[in-house]
Each structure stands twice: as C-alpha cells, then as structure tokens.
Ligand binder design. Sequence first.
Ligand code: BGC
Length: 341
Amino acid sequence: MGCKRFACAVCALVMVLASLPFFGCSSSAPEQKPSISVGVAIYNGDDTFISNMMQSLTEIATKYEQDTGIRVYVNLTDAQENQTNQNKQIDRFVSMNYDVLCVNLVDRTDASYTIDRAMDADIPVVFFNREPVQEDLQKWDRVYYVGTDPAENGRLEGQIVVDAYRADPARFDKNGDGIVQYIIIEGEIRHQDAMIRTEVSVQTLKDAGIELEKLDGGIASWVRSQAAALSDQYFEKYGDQIELIICNNDDMALGVIDTVERRGLSFNNIVGIDGTPAGLAAVEQGKMLGTVVIDYAAQAKLIFDLASALAVDGDPGAVTTIGADRTVRAPMYVVKADFIP
Ligand code: BGC
C-alpha cells in the first residue's frame, strides 16, 4: 500500500524527461546542472521494507531540491519480482539518458545486464539492498552497492536472544531440558541477507553457550502472510515444544505474531530484523523480543547522497566512505522489549 501511494507521489514528480532542458545538453549549458534525473528500479513494490525506504528517498530528494536549487526527477519502477521486467525498465532509463541509476535487483546474481548497458551509456549505477556478486561490482569503477552487513544483522539479532536468555533462561526452557528448541523462518532462498542472517544469528547463540535444537525451519520469502501460514503449521505440529522463533525480517516476525494471536497463545520469544514501524510497535507492545533496526531512512540518504554526487559529477568519495569492495555499509542498531536488560 505504501508503495502505491509512493508511486503516485513519484508520478507527480516525474516529467516527460525527453522534453527537459538538460537532455542532449550542449556545451553552452551552465556549469551547475539545473536538474538531475534518477532512475530507480525496485524488485517488488509490495515489500514493506523497500517501500518504506523509497518513501524516505522521495522526501530526501525534495529536501535536496530545496537545499541546492537543483531539480530532481525521480522515476521509480517496480519489477514485480521479474528480472526481465527490470531489464526492460533499465533499457528505458538508459535510452532516456538518465544521469544515474539506483537498482534493487530482482536477482542479485544477474547484475551484468544492468552494468553492461550502463557502461555503454556511461551512466553510473548504485545498487542497493540486494548485493551483486563481487565479480560484477568490480566490473566498472562507476558501480556501487549500498546495504547493511548481513553478518552484523545476524549477530545483533542473536545477541537480542542472548541478552533475554541471560536475564531469564527459564523463559526459553519450558520443558526444563536445558536446551532451546527453536524454529527459523527465512527470507528468499537466493538473497544474501537471508542466508547469512540465519547462519550468524544461530551461531551467535551457540557461541554464547546456549544449547540449541532446531525443531524445524522454512522459507517465507520475507512475506508476512507466508510466515503466518508456515508458523501455523509449526504450532500445529510442535505446539508447546517451540521455545524460540528466529525470523530473518520483521514482516515475517509479524506473520508469526498474527498466528500466535489467532491461536490465542501467549508466546513472544520471537525476533526480527528491519525495525519497520510495525515491527517496532510489536517490540514496544512486548509481542516480540526485539529487532535490529536497519535504519531505512539512513540507508535511503546514503543511496541518494551517492547518486546525486554521481549525477552532478561530484566525487562520490566525498559524500561517504566507499570500501575497496565498492560497497557502502549502512548503520544499524538494536531495539529490545523493555523486559530485556
Ligand atoms: C530486508 C527485508 C526485505 C529484503 C528485500 C532485506 O534486507 O530485511 O525485509 O524484504 O531485504 O530484498
């Protein structure tokens, strides 16, 4: 829903780019660009985290216009989880000579199409959220990636559970066997964040000396309703044996909470990642242990700062620190329920 509203706001911002004065600009153009055009391609507008981030991006673009006097034309396209759609959207941006592309790939292993088109047209690219492989990122020195460090996401998520466990081990050991029986609910199978978050969050518990037993686990592709359905099966099958549910993101944690509430259970040993407004509200209401806030507004700011610097031919290194791996890592922090120290 957020994204549909956002898309309308963007429509209002987007002009017929071909008729803009800077298109095909001649050598008599003033040194300071009067406007910049930013083509933004997202993998799926129904994704809560991405749609929140895009909302922030438009607000940041508006503020930039006010601060600099440079007009910003943001055109947002939604691939609806189809890489072929996204490739066509990229072709269109390139054919209209956009100043910079910001791309949230559908398939993170399929970045070369975008990079090759962009290189031919000399249009810089800022990938975000779905990290291309290093081989692709190293193809051209005008390609960047903005995202969080998924290992740190997982470590912080695991640490929320460690803190809660240390404060009250009994909360995680209903059957008194000294072992935490857990379930893991994962994001998309090929998404780097899902794989790494899962591995590191579980390892963080093990490293803290917590004995674990995995009861079950499955993929809900970041989606609340899928996690609700999956956790319903798990509660049906394992009932009270479940002592902890680790989710790769907040929307899936919220799906588990939907099931808990529908079944009338009192279970809140649930953790997530993202810090979406709904996720934070659930933590505040004590419906889950905590979340790792991937500050989407801060991430949108990094994406925009980098993109606008590239678009006005600025030095991207002046606006943020770019690693040798061509990535920029966005900050994150933890929010825990108030019963956890
Ligand atoms: C977020 C998920 C989101 C996914 C989209 C992840 O980093 O945590 O909520 O669905 O990115 O690619």
